[in-house]
Design a protein around this ligand. Structure first.
Ligand code: NAP
Length: 647
């Protein structure tokens, strides 16, 4: 069978190919030519000049790009005329050279195994679990809580492992975040050729940063392809889970949309509920007295027509940044209340459509999509961590935490100034939108100009004065000004630090997980918790990404780890697995030590959804891709308590 990433054979005409080549990423094209021909000259003859943001054109000269297209046209037409035979595998040395060339730097050796696995050029899906024999798997019913990105992944992997499972989802359909967040302008801010399962690439994304409906459609299609629907209980919420140590089973309490209660029993639970799911609506005085409609960004009321209305948008993080530009044209007046100014990354491609040429290349050119994924992943992951990590010897630590961080700050502030202007007329807005804390201190947003241009419209006002109260007519700020509104939208984020809330989980000896955690949630490797046997968290404490990367990547690694724990549980006579308390404490302490070095902990970052009430951060991962990959590549059973039924 033809390998998954060899590309579909084609008979596209030469002029159509030439047109497609005008659209494609030249570095990615050249890497694909190496696959087609086996000839490394396509990378050796062309120099890339970028070290960052290089994924699309590599900062090549126009002459080089034209030369690359001309050479590609002849190679690709000749390949077509030969009937598009499956390319021969390349040597590991050549693939390594291609990685370095694509990254515009030497990819450190300790990333090689991870990148090779993620690239999966052979199309074997190396994270796929081993299928258990039915007599072993049958005794291992698993409940998965949530059917978003990580719950669907859990379902796919459990099905592949032959393990019986039920996914319980509170919504009527799949996608989680991408089911619920249907607000105007909702789109992913991680490039979605990376923000998709490594084993389910999508050649047909219409945007580089897809809109919500397309992501929801993607997850629906992946679910259908993997035949998961019969395993899901829709419109059903998991309220509680109680561990029974005698029989080594969880009792999971459910409530349907009609209020009907039920329980199911399971040997293991996988929570896949995300950390950005339960809306946070601040308790402003008088909020209940507001006479118009009001709703949270994640529960958008589409029955409310905003045409000609005065809208108060409270909160301007990732969601508010997308909502304001999307509704400014429609509303009569938009007042945006922003407590803290946000740093933003200049991203001209943010709203761009994927051209037909790129989609043709994704579908037909060998490994084009794979290398494009790498070109997005590499600059978009640990480079962000470099900019977030503090240098203890950095002198100007009030304003930045390292040279790289200061360079990021310079780039971001130049972008903001270029959008707003630095003449006297712009001074007021510039002061409002320029953050007063180090770059990357909060999750950096993406901007192609739409946010800052929106703020300059005549019908849009940015208010930075704190909110005092909400009245029947609108929002009153601390300076006494009344901002009348017909509709209030709360883009005020999620209860991120309340990990797993409102799920009530009771472990051994009646220990309540939330009581045990208090304001400091922790889990061994972010996945398992002492005294909570056979309990696995995907996207648990200490695994949120504040600096870049993709949560789908994190979920895939975590799910592989969970699969291996389940394989152990499926062994005859095993009652339960749970981490040793010292293992969990040690991991938590090491993570805390690292987090304290990061810019997110900087005291100038007064408000951030990562910080708990004490200003501590327990939800975010400070680890590099390769560090976390290596840590959870497979369970270290010396760090676990493995109980036998007979003991
Ligand atoms: P967020 O980043 O937490 O932003 C919430 C906004 O509400 C901030 O402006 C915050 O101000 C404000 N706020 C919260 N409590 C407040 C209070 N008591 N008084 C006044 N203002 C208050 O939430 P989000 O925009 O929903 O985004 C959350 C995360 O979801 C993102 O970081 C991202 O990971 C994810 N997300 C992703 C996308 C995407 O991929 N496109 C889109 C949306 C969300 P402060 O800044 O002062 O706290």
């Amino acid at each position: 069978m033809r390998s998954l990433y060899a590309g579909e054979p084609f008979d596209t005409s030469t002029p159509e190919i030439a047109t497609a080549l005008e659209d494609v990423s030249i570095p990615t094209l050249l890497l694909s030519l190496v696959h087609i021909t086996g000839d490394p000259r396509f990378i050796r003859d062309f120099k890339q000049m970028g070290i960052f943001l290089n994924e699309v054109q590599g900062f090549m000269s126009e002459e080089d790009k034209a030369r690359a297209r001309a050479e590609a046209l002849s190679v690709i037409t000749e390949y077509r005329d030969r009937g598009c035979p499956e390319p021969a595998p390349l040597s590991p040395e050549l693939i390594r050279e291609m990685m370095d060339w694509a990254a515009c730097e030497h990819v450190p050796d300790d990333y090689l195994a991870l990148v090779s696995e993620e690239l999966d050029l052979d199309g074997v899906d190396p994270r796929r679990p081993t299928a258990l024999a039915p007599e072993r798997a049958g005794d291992l019913p698993v409940v998965v809580v949530g059917c978003g990105e990580s719950g669907i992944l859990a379902g796919i992997r459990l099905r592949q492992a032959n393990i019986p499972f039920t996914i319980v989802e509170k919504n009527a359909g799949p996608g989680g975040t991408w089911w619920e967040n249907s607000y105007p302008g909702a789109r992913v801010d991680v490039a979605n050729h990376f923000y998709c399962y490594s084993f389910e690439p999508n050649n047909d994304w219409t945007h580089f940063f897809a809109e919500q409906y397309e992501l929801q459609d993607y997850f629906t299609k992946v679910m259908a392809k993997h035949d998961l629907s019969e395993h899901v209980r829709w419109n059903t919420e998991v309220l509680a889970a109680d561990w029974d140590d005698d029989d080594g089973m969880w009792t999971v309490s459910l409530r349907g949309a009609d209020g009907h209660s039920d329980t199911v029993r399971a040997r293991a639970i996988i929570t896949a509920v995300g950390q950005l799911n339960r809306p946070n609506i601040p308790e402003f005085d008088g909020a209940n007295t507001f006479e118009g409609p009001s709703f949270h960004s994640a529960a958008w009321d589409h029955s409310v027509d905003l045409t000609g209305k005065r809208v108060a948008l409270i909160g301007a993080g990732a969601s508010g940044f997308q909502i304001a530009p999307a509704i400014a044209d429609t509303v009569e007046h938009l007042t945006v209340f922003q407590r803290t100014a946000q740093w933003m990354f200049p991203n001209p491609m943010y709203h761009d459509e994927v051209g037909d040429g790129v989609r043709w290349a994704m579908r037909h050119l060998p490994c084009y999509g794979r290398w494009y994924r790498f070109l997005v992943l590499w600059p978009g992951s640990d480079k962000g961590l470099d900019a977030a990590e503090g240098d203890p010897n950095y002198a100007d630590s009030d304003h930045a935490v390292s040279d790289i961080n200061a360079a990021a700050q310079m780039m971001f502030s130049q972008w903001i100034t270029s959008q707003v202007g630095d003449d006297p007329n712009s001074a007021e807005l510039l002061a409002k939108v320029m953050p007063d804390y180090p770059a990357c201190g909060k999750r950096t947003l993406q901007d192609n100009g739409s946010w800052l241009q929106t703020l300059q419209r005549d019908n849009v006002e940015l208010v930075r004065t704190p909110i005092r109260e909400i009245t029947a007519r609108g929002v009153v700020t601390d300076d006494g000004a009344s901002h009348d509104a017909d509709v209030i939208v709360y883009a005020t984020g999620f209860r991120h630090t309340d990990v797993l809330w409102p799920l009530k989980v009771t472990g051994r000896n009646g220990i309540d997980l939330r009581d045990m955690w208090g304001t400091r949630p922790y889990a061994y490797l972010g996945i398992t918790v002492p005294d909570f046997p056979n309990f696995f968290i995907v996207y648990g404490p200490g695994t949120h990404l504040a600096h870049g990367g993709s949560l789908i990547f994190q979920s895939e690694l975590q799910m592989r780890y969970v699969d291996q724990c389940l394989q152990r549980l499926a062994e005859a006579d095993i009652h339960s697995v749970e981490p040793r308390p010292e293992a969990a404490t040690d991991w938590h302490q090491r993570t805390q030590t690292q987090i304290k070095k990061m810019v997110w902990s900087h005291p100038a970052v007064k408000h951030s959804y990562f910080k708990n009430a004490d200003g501590e951060i327990h939800t975010v991962s400070p680890w590099r891709l390769n560090e976390y990959w290596a840590a959870i590549r497979e369970p270290d059973w010396s760090q676990f308590v493995v109980r036998h039924r007979s003991s």
